[in-house]
Ligand binder design. Sequence first.
Ligand code: ZN
Length: 571
Amino acid sequence: MEDGEDETLEEKDSDSRDEILRSLQCFLLLAGSLCSLPQKTADKRKKEMAKQKASPETRRQKLEGWNAKTLLIQNLSHRVPQHELKEVFKDAFQIRLVSKDGMSKRIAYVDFKSQADAERALDEKRGTKIGGLAVVLGHVEEKSQGREGRVGKRKLEQESHTFQEKWERAYFFVEVKNVPTCLICKQSVSVSKDLDLRRHYKTNHSRNDGYTEKMRDKKLNKLKKRLKFQHDLLLNVNKINDAAMKCSYMLSEKIARASKPFTDGEFIKECLLSAAEIMCPEQRQAFANLRLSGNIVSQRVDSRAVNLQDKLQEKAKSFVAFSIAAHEGADGANAPQLAVFIHGVDGTFDVTEELLDMVPMTGATSGNDFLVCVEESLKKFNVDWSQLVSVNTDGNSALVGVEQLVTKLKSKVSGLCKDMELKSMHGLILQESLCAKKLKMDHVMDIVIHSITWIQSHGSDHRKFSALFSELDAQYGSLSCSMGHKWLSRGMVLRWFFKLLEEIDFFMSSKGKSVPQLTSKDWVKDLAFLVDIMTYLNTLDISLQRRPQVVTQMYDSICSFLRKLCLWETH
Ligand SMILES: [Zn+2]
C-alpha cells in the first residue's frame, strides 16, 4: 500500500483514499462488464460528494494531512526555474512557485504524495543549494494552526523579541552574538520569536519531545558544553593564526632591515621551532604555523614597502618644506651607492625622514645623472620643488658628481623661485672632523696609529689584542685607508688602546721596538684627555643622530655640549 507508512494523523484520509483505489481497481477489472459500470461510478461519486460535505472537523484534518505532505521552500533565488526545483525534489508530484504581480516571492510549495516522502525530503534536502542559495525548508502545517490564535499571539510575539531563557530548554536554542541558534543543528533563526523557534524545533527536532524533563536538562547541558568547546576552539585557532600572521610580518621586516637574504626566513623558523621544542613543546604547532619562506618574506616586505610609499605620498602633501640628503655608502658587495633621503616637515613640525632611493654609482656619475635620479625618485611623491630648502651631502666628497648635484639643484630651485637660496651642507656631523684638527692631538694620534699598525704586522694573534682588532675591523675594515678621516670612530679604539697601554708597551719593547712616548707621563695624560673628549664627542654624535628631531633640538645638544666644555675647562 502506498500510504502504509502514514499513521494516525491521517487515518481517515488514507481510509477514504484506499476506498477510491479499491474502487478504481474494481473499475479496471470489470471494464468489460457494461452492466456494472454505472453502478460503480455512481458509488464513487457518492463517496466523493460525501467527502466534500464532511464536517469542518474532518476538513481541517484533511487540510492538515495535505499540509504535512507539503513543504515550504524559502530563500529561493529570484529566477529559479521550476525544472531545477524538480531535479532537487524528484519525489515531489507538484511544485508551486509563488509570485505576486509577476515578481517572485522567492518561496515555493512542494507537494509530496505522502507525509513520509515529505519528511524524507525535509531531512535530505535541508540546506541544499539551488541557484547558488542555500534554501530553507519547513512544513506549512503550523501556519494553519497559527491562524487560530493569531490575535493573542501577536501580542506575545511583540513582547518576546528578546531572547528568552526558557527557550533554551523548550527548543534547544541559545543566543550566539544576539542571534538565536539551534544547539542541535547550529542553524540560526533571524528573529528571536517564540513562533520561529518553535517552528524550527517542531519541524526538525520533534523527536526530542519524548524526553523526560531530566533527560532534556541533561541533553541541553551536553549541547551547550559542546558549543562552548567548538567556540573556544575556533577562537583559539583564530588567535593563533592572527599571531602567526603578525609574527610573519614582524620577522620579515627584521630580515629586510638587517639586509639579510629573504631566504633566511626558513632558517629563522627552523631555529624558532627547535627552541620551542625545548622550551614549550605544547606551543610547537603555533610556531609551525609561521610562514616565512623566501617568497612569503618577499611578499610581506613588498606589501610593507607599498604601504610605506602610500603613506609617504600622503605625508608629502602636507610638507611645508623639505630637504634632500645624499649619502655615499656601499652595499653588501662594497659597491659604492648613493642613498637619497627626503626630510620633510609639516605645519605641525612633524618630521618625516625616509630613504627614497639607492643609486649604484658605477659608470657615469656626473651631476646630471644624479639629478635625473633624484628627480625620478621624487616624482612619485609629487613634491613641490619650490619647497626644497636645503641639500645635505655626506661621506667622502671625493665624488665630483655629488658636488655637481648640489650646484644643479641650487640652480633648479633659484630658477623656480627667485628669492630662494638653496642651503647646502656637507655632513653636519662630519663638521666635527674639523674640530678634531683644531684639537692638535696629532702627536698622540700618530703614535697610536703607528703602534697599532706595528702590532698588527707583528703578531696580531696576541690574545689580549683580539678585542682591539675586532673593534678596528668593525670600525674600519681596513685600517690604513679610512682611519684618517673617520675621526669620530676613533673613540672606541682609543679607549681600547688606553686600557691595554701597559700590555702594548710590554709587547713592543719585548719585540725590540720600544716607543718612549708610551711611558711618558705627559703623553699618557694627553692620551687620557683625548680618550675622554672622544667619549663625549661620541655621545654628542649619537644624540645628534637620534631621530626624528629638528635642527633646533640638534642645536640644543650642541649648546649643552659647549656648556659642558666650559665647565670642564674650569676644573
Ligand atoms: Zn535545529
